[in-house]
Design a protein around this ligand. Structure first.
Ligand SMILES: [Zn+2]
Length: 380
């Protein structure tokens, strides 16, 4: 599939928000670009005028041309502050294919931010190799929660934070309200329908198109509601089942990308390098997310559970009241000297705090460094 970086740009006469939609950051996921093209065509055919600006960008143009996820490295793992600083400081003649893609994308996004006449939003469109349900992932901040909750898809809290260097996380650090969507299986035509519905809903959610002027809003909402099926509205990741190089991992057959599992159910068999096979069972009733069935990867699956409306409301209230400030006065917990959204938990003292306490306050990126647990949340 051959496309230009800029799929389309519509600028309203009236000032307003900017919505940047990125499709096909992975080149084997053409559905994102197709969905952008379809929505832009409809907007133009119907002569609909928007407020602010809509900019649709193709992610990995070169890999799209070859139908591959990427050419030399995953373009959706390159968006850390260090990598971007290195890229900006380097001679473009030394760029590899993905560096070139990233440099052009940054320039296009920076341009849109320079032209912005209001708040800025970014939606990153993906598809998956496994069959299953479309879903939303985003960094758990309150403005992003408000934007994502408008989509009647399963929302997965805490998944974006499990991988480093994704575009949406970088852009939310720069102050944009962002989300990413997995629209369905790569070559399934219904994935394009799902992703186009997401764009229509985001156009109104971000404020570019009043709901009453949006001809596709109610059908898009109904469409995604149907696609969600019986999957709960909000799920949270509790743990990641990691695979190290040299391990053998075999997922039990039959799990969709989001699938309920009951306590004690066999999920996978994991043989660590040089070890004996170990049966992995569900620790309680919950959900398997993104099981690894094919290809390479270091995520066997993610494990999580449904979040009730009541817990969502409780967490919103706690964070509105800034009760999270008391967290750092608890024994064993110190705030990072340089980053107020990062806490250090000494597990020798504070081993009894359930992870749930941190989840409630939006601290979802959790890394063990020796005896210290570093917990971090998205900026807002
Ligand atoms: Zn992708």
């Amino acid at each position: 599939m051959l496309v230009a970086r800029e799929i389309g740009r519509l600028r309203g006469a009236e000032a307003g928000p900017t919505l940047i939609v990125v499709g096909s950051l992975h080149g084997n996921e053409p559905g994102g670009v197709r969905a952008c093209q379809r929505v832009l065509d409809t907007l133009r055919e119907r002569g609909l005028s928007i407020r602010g600006e809509l900019l649709a960008l193709a992610g990995n143009v070169g890999a799209l041309g070859e139908g591959k996820r990427y050419r030399v490295k995953d373009l959706n793992r390159q968006w850390t502050s260090q990598k971007i600083a290195a890229l900006r400081g380097r001679d473009p003649r030394d760029d590899d294919p993905e560096d070139r893609e990233q440099r052009e994308l940054l320039a296009a996004i920076d341009g849109a931010l320079d032209r912005a006449r209001g708040p800025c939003f970014l939606v990153d469109l993906h598809t998956t190799s496994a069959a299953g349900f479309p879903f939303v992932l985003f960094g758990d901040t309150l403005p992003q929660r408000d934007f994502a909750i408008a989509l009647p898809l399963p929302i997965i809290l805490g998944l974006e934070e499990q991988v480093d260097g994704v575009l949406s996380e970088h852009m939310s650090k720069r102050g944009l309200v962002t989300l990413a969507v997995e629209g369905g299986q790569h070559d399934d035509p219904s994935s394009i329908d799902h992703l186009a519905s997401v764009i229509w809903i985001a156009l109104s959610g971000a404020g570019l198109l009043a709901p009453s002027d949006n001809p596709e809003l109610s059908s898009s909402l109904a469409h995604l509601e149907r696609a969600r099926g019986a999957i709960p509205r909000v799920l949270e990741v509790l743990s990641r089942h990691a695979i190290a190089p040299g391990d053998t991992f075999r997922m039990e057959p039959g799990f969709a990308n989001l699938a309920p599992a009951h306590r004690g159910q066999t999920l996978a068999t994991h043989t660590k390098a040089g070890g004996t096979p170990e049966t992995i069972r569900a620790p309680h009733d919950g959900f398997v997310m993104l099981p690894l069935y094919q290809g390479q990867g270091d995520d066997g699956f993610f494990w999580g559970r449904a979040v009730s409306e009541r817990r969502l409301r409780a967490s919103r209230l706690l964070r509105r009241l800034h009760l999270d400030r008391v967290l750092r006065f608890l024994p064993g917990i110190t705030r990072d000297g340089r980053d107020r959204d990062r806490l250090h938990v000494d597990t020798r003292i504070a081993h009894f705090y359930p992870l749930e306490v941190f989840h409630l306050f939006g601290f979802r990126k959790i890394r063990q460094r020796g005896p210290v647990l570093v917990v971090e949340r998205s900026k807002h």
